[in-house]
Design a protein around this ligand. Structure first.
Ligand code: HEC
Ligand code: HEC
Length: 360
């Protein structure tokens, strides 16, 4: 086991692995190692697990204390089609809470079925990300939530004023905002909308057997999953996929072998050369449920995604057998959906002045 590669800082991996890696990928793939029986016991050095964190019950942020009233409002807004121009798109259209927070499409249809240029990431456990969006352009969930409503290919509302006018025309929302933001003279604001949705999302967490295992429950993972975890650690996947979300920081895609994409990630936002191909590392929680993969939604199955990661990030071909082991481990990251928390609430009735759907 090459433990030294695990603790080697990323910069070193990048600097030293390059040439060798290209040579390796050019050579024919090494024959797969003889199949290890799934029952073979893997011994995990628990010290290596300290890069991960068990999921908290909720991702707290002192800037937006979670209250039941905010969560209740945030849940309504999350399912609210009237926050879109034609009253036919909500957050839940693209981030279906019953489908692990995704729609399983490469790109998601928004207003007039227009498609965006990036795959919809899951909203589950997104509170554990350091930044939001594939390029990290929103600092937190509260700011993120203000984006899609005004995005012309997503919910396509013309401006914040129109959103507020709509919400104020629905008496049930005026009451709900007042309850969620008590003491505010004008509680129905665009900022408060972001705070309410953020508070709701901060509890979209899906604890899994892996969390029990991290907590010391040795039998929470079976032998095949432990073998997969061992392979995952040996490869060094945890240098980027770590923390409570098992992802969530900004890293380069194509560290060793360049990844072909028109989308240059954070560079497109900052025009800073150092940000070229920097993307927010996706969470690996529930990853067996969130296909297709990558920012471009181009990869349909998890085996291929794992193999591509090894090639592009490490310049390595990993055997089919090891890939299978890793995918088995990734399956143990699937948690239970919080069924009652995500049940669609009854939405308040429109008032006489509520704007009508606009299909244009
Ligand atoms: C038309 C589809 C669509 C709709 C509607 C939509 N989103 Fe998204 N969402 C996306 C896509 C695509 C991205 C990634 C965009 C990017 O990174 O540039 C995204 C990113 C996110 C992220 C960041 C997750 C991460 O891992 O970085 C969160 C959180 C999120 N959306 C929540 C919401 C909320 C809340 C709403 C409703 C206010 C909403 N979305 C509406 C498609 C949609
Ligand atoms: C140098 C950092 C880094 C390393 C090391 C790394 N990854 Fe990733 N991983 C990323 C980034 C960045 C992405 C997002 C790629 C994109 O933008 O399309 C990603 C995406 C993925 C995805 C797709 C998830 C999704 O929802 O689209 C999977 C699966 C994955 N990685 C698994 C692994 C495995 C398994 C390993 C070890 C063999 C690994 N990664 C090593 C940074 C890394």
């Amino acid at each position: 086991m090459k433990l030294n590669t695990l603790v080697r800082p990323l910069v070193l991996v990048a600097a030293t692995a390059g040439a060798a890696a290209f040579a390796q990928t050019a050579a024919p793939a090494a024959p797969a190692a003889p199949a290890a029986p799934a029952t073979q016991k893997a011994v995990i050095d628990r010290a290596l697990l300290s890069v991960f964190k068990a999921l908290p019950a909720r991702f707290e942020d002192p800037k937006n204390p979670i209250t039941p009233e905010k969560v209740e409002l945030g849940r309504m807004l999350y399912f609210e089609n009237r926050l879109s121009k034609n009253h036919d798109v909500s957050c839940n259209s693209c981030h279906d809470l019953n489908k692990y927070g995704v729609d399983n499409k490469p790109f998601s249809p928004g207003h007039k079925k227009q498609l965006g240029g990036r795959n919809s990431p899951t909203v589950y456990n997104a509170g554990g990300h350091i930044l939001q969006f594939w390029d990290g352009r929103a600092p937190n969930l509260e700011e993120q939530a203000k984006g899609p409503i005004l995005n012309p290919v997503e919910m396509a509302m013309p401006n914040e004023a129109r959103v507020i006018e709509t919400l104020k025309s629905i008496p049930g929302y005026v009451t709900a905002f007042q309850k969620a933001f008590p003491g505010e003279a004008d509680a129905v604001t665009y900022n408060n909308l972001g705070l309410a949705i953020g508070a709701f999302e901060r509890q979209l967490v899906t604890p899994s057997r892996f969390d029990k295992y991290l907590g010391g429950e040795e039998t929470a993972l079976n032998d095949a999953e432990k073998m997969g975890l061992k392979k995952f650690l040996e490869q060094g996947c945890q240098t980027c996929h770590n923390g409570a979300a098992i992802g969530g920081s900004l890293q380069k895609l194509g560290l060793v072998l360049p990844y072909q994409s028109k989308d240059q990630g954070r560079f497109d936002l900052t025009k800073n050369e150092a940000d070229r191909m920097i993307f927010r590392v996706p969470t690996l929680r529930n990853v067996t449920k969130t296909a297709p993969y990558f920012h471009d939604g181009s990869v349909k199955d998890l085996q291929t995604a794992v193999k591509l990661m090894a090639q592009h990030q490490f310049g390595k071909q990993i055997s089919d057998e090891d890939t299978k082991h890793i995918v088995t481990f990734l399956g143990a990251l699937t948690g239970d959906l919080p069924k009652s928390y995500i049940a669609k609430p009854k939405l308040p009735a429109s008032g006489p002045t509520t704007p009508k759907p606009d299909p244009t």
